[in-house]
Design a protein. Structure first.
Length: 321
């Protein structure tokens, strides 16, 4: 057999090397405290990507609010200061007010991915955030109002409440005064009596010790919390098919798990709150209906006010048929 010249062999080796993309490393931040309820889905995603992505793609987890203020995460993602972010729409309404509408979804993500609602939002993410929406890792997880002063009807007049954009229109519609803070400032605000209560989902009250400073939870819950994994679109477009596949698989797994995972967590934290002495405030049937209906009415009015172009479309995609 003819011997292959050494130079040809070397060139061939070099070519095969060039055809194999290098392992890429992505920088990631979360808008919620590390290892707490609303970062857990993202941390699981990172573990999956890093386990499956050896030699292909790797995530460098920079961390949470200690590394970056929660309301800055959207900007950092958009500008490519980070490649991946775990955040809720309410934290980047400055860039994309429509993102806060995720809280109003009354259909599962699997359905929204088929009915055009997801694709519609994806278009806005591309345009306003330079982002690709990979997965919603929090869903089926209602918000509540937590209080240190009792109420007997759906009237929040005279109460000063800690909010994010999630709760603003609703609590104001019921007469409250509101003050926006990051989650990291809630404990101190309660301790100092700066606020009479706060909005937060049913889970995670124990993560930062708020149970120590919380007397009441108002039922029913309203909306459904959304926390999602985003990737900078410029970064995404540079990835090869193999790298995208690793991210997509981990994203699909995380999104599929969210609803059942929170069904269980919701029940566990409801029981844990009762055990910790947090009392439940409920209204009569008419009061409960008024409270719940006002939440959606004020919520959609807020979205439509901030985005007259997209708000009505989102309402038809997201609302219960
Ligand atoms: O209350 C909040 O900080 C908030 O808006 C939120 C959103 C999703 C999950 C948890 C909290």
């Amino acid at each position: 057999m003819r011997k292959i010249p050494a130079l040809v062999l070397l060139a061939a080796m070099g070519m095969s090397q060039a055809a194999t993309a290098q392992e890429v490393t992505l920088r990631a931040v979360t808008a919620f405290a590390e290892k707490t309820t609303y970062s857990r889905g993202f941390e699981q995603f990172i573990e999956r990507v890093n386990a499956a992505g050896t030699g292909v793609i790797k995530i460098n987890y920079i961390g949470g609010p200690k590394a970056m203020p929660p309301f800055e995460v959207g900007n950092a993602l958009k500008n490519g200061v980070v490649d991946l972010a775990n955040a809720t729409g309410a934290f980047y309404t400055n860039l994309m007010p429509e993102a806060d509408a995720w809280k109003l979804t009354q259909r599962p993500m699997s359905e929204l991915r088929k009915n055009g609602g997801f694709d519609y939002m994806a278009g806005i993410y591309a345009q306003k955030m330079n982002a690709v929406f990979l997965a919603r890792v929090v869903d089926n997880n209602p918000f509540h109002l937590y209080l240190n002063k009792p109420i007997t009807k759906p009237d929040l007049t005279g109460l000063k409440l800690r909010i994010t954009p999630v709760y603003r229109d609703f609590f104001q519609a019921l007469g409250a005064t509101v003050v926006q803070t990051a989650p990291g400032e809630v404990y101190t605000a309660l301790e100092r009596g700066v606020v009479d209560g706060y909005g937060w989902p049913i889970t995670g009250v124990f993560d930062l010790g708020w149970n120590e400073k919380t007397k009441y939870r108002v039922d029913p819950g309203f909306y459904t919390a959304e926390v999602s994994i985003l990737i900078n679109k410029t970064t995404w477009d540079k990835l090869d098919a193999k790298q995208k596949a690793v991210l997509t698989k981990a994203a699909e797994e995380g999104e599929a798990e969210a609803a059942p995972l929170f069904a269980k967590a919701n029940a566990e934290d409801t029981a844990r709150q009762a055990k910790a002495g947090i009392q439940t405030i409920t209204f009569d049937a008419a009061g409960a209906k008024k409270y719940f209906d006002e939440a959606y009415e004020a919520g959609w009015a807020g979205v439509i006010r901030q985005s007259p172009e997209h708000g009505p479309k989102l309402r038809s995609f997201f609302s219960k048929p």
